[in-house]
Write a protein that binds this ligand. Structure first.
Ligand SMILES: Nc1nc2c(ncn2[C@@H]2O[C@H](COP(=O)(O)OP(=O)(O)O)[C@@H](O)[C@H]2O)c(=O)[nH]1
Ligand SMILES: [Mg+2]
Ligand SMILES: [Zn+2]
Length: 327
């Protein structure tokens, strides 16, 4: 194809590693990075977004050679497997896409220092399910567990494994099972989440020394300030994996979940719901509810049901409809 000046216009495919709002750093299949702009409008089905292209997006771009400086123009964006959002700071109806095409979300959990509750874990898993992102639970600081913590983590790992979630006990400090984390990350785009203090930075450091990520180092107050917009950034790790760093964000942005949709994001509830008497059963007050029957027989965990009710009743502040907040 020729451009106006009869020079060759090269089209290339690449992945967005960084976005600043007007410029994008795109890594081409060749491995070279190009600074790119957007040309034209990108309409994305169903999303009112302040930013049409985000870190993790797969794009097509053309190269415009201007002297020594090769500049790219993004001309197309591939359909996303998934994306995570947060509500835009100023424009109430708009959302900001933080990142796209995440293969695995790792949730770091510690029983103590800090405490990670099942309510928090379940809220995270529900959001990951709603976003169609695979989730792995990493119980960190195993080197530091007393007997009670060990029992609790064993119980939780068995519970979440029975639902279908991969669980791994690790120590970012001693390196225990870090190779298994690497194996889970290989050839994939990963994201790490969890409360402040669970060991995210220590883990990233164990995976890739010298890569100082900003993960959650910026306070929420700062990140929500008027002129600060959160931009995620992707990094290559030396063992053939990518990590998406989301400064100031400890989890996902929230999707609005309808009460009738909610049990679809609890896989073990979803597996039973066809056996409820009413096909629109919310599993709360209805008779002959398969989920409540299973709970009575201890075939389902009460902690999961409690989380389900909390999310449904909106006790959980962040789960109001039409709100997109971080968790
Ligand atoms: N004993 C122990 N301490 C850890 C481990 N991982 C992290 N820590 C400590 O936990 C604290 C918080 O870790 P950090 O990586 O900053 O957590 P972040 O806020 O999630 O990034 C630091 O004092 C770490 O040294 C671990 O596997 N074992
Ligand atoms: Mg940190
Ligand atoms: Zn039911």
């Amino acid at each position: 194809m020729f451009d106006r000046n009869f020079g060759f216009l090269r089209y290339m495919k690449g992945t967005v590693y960084k976005s600043t709002g007007s410029w994008y750093s795109v890594k081409a299949e060749s491995g070279a990075f190009y600074a790119c702009r957007i040309k034209g409008k990108f309409r994305l089905e169903g999303i009112k977004s302040t930013n049409p292209i985000a870190t993790g997006d797969h794009v097509t771009f053309s190269i415009d050679q201007q002297g020594d400086q090769a500049q790219g123009v993004i001309t197309a964006i591939a359909p996303r497997d998934n994306y995570i959002i947060r509500k835009s700071v100023n424009l109430s109806k708009q959302t900001h896409i933080i990142a796209a095409n995440i293969d695995v979300a790792f949730l770091l959990i510690t029983p103590n220092n800090p405490v990670t509750t099942t309510a928090f874990i379940d809220r995270f898993l529900v959001t990951a399910e709603a976003y169609h992102i695979k989730c792995v639970l990493l119980f960190n600081k195993t080197d530091d567990y007393d007997n009670d913590s060990l029992d609790e983590v064993k119980y939780l790992a068995a519970l979440y494994r029975s639902i279908g979630y991969e669980c791994l006990g690790i120590s970012a400090k001693t390196g225990k099972n870090i190779d298994q984390v690497k194996a889970l990350m290989k050839n994939k785009v990963s994201m790490f989440s969890g409360h402040s203090g669970v060991g995210k930075s220590t883990l990233v450091n164990a995976l890739a020394p010298n890569l100082a990520l900003r993960t959650s180092e910026i306070s929420l107050q700062h990140a929500q300030g008027q002129h600060t917009t959160t931009f995620a950034e992707m990094f290559d790790l030396p063992f053939g994996a990518q990590i998406i760093d989301t400064p100031g964000i400890k989890g996902f942005g929230l999707v609005a979940i309808d009460n009738h949709e909610l049990s679809a994001y609890f896989p073990e509830f979803f597996a039973l719901k066809d056996q409820c008497k009413f096909n629109n059963c919310l599993h709360v007050n209805e008779p002959n509810c398969a989920i409540k029957n299973a709970l009575e027989k201890d075939e389902l965990a009460w902690s999961r049901y409690k989380s389900y009710l909390q999310i449904m009743e909106g006790d959980d502040q962040v789960y109001r409809k039409d709100q997109h907040q971080e968790i």
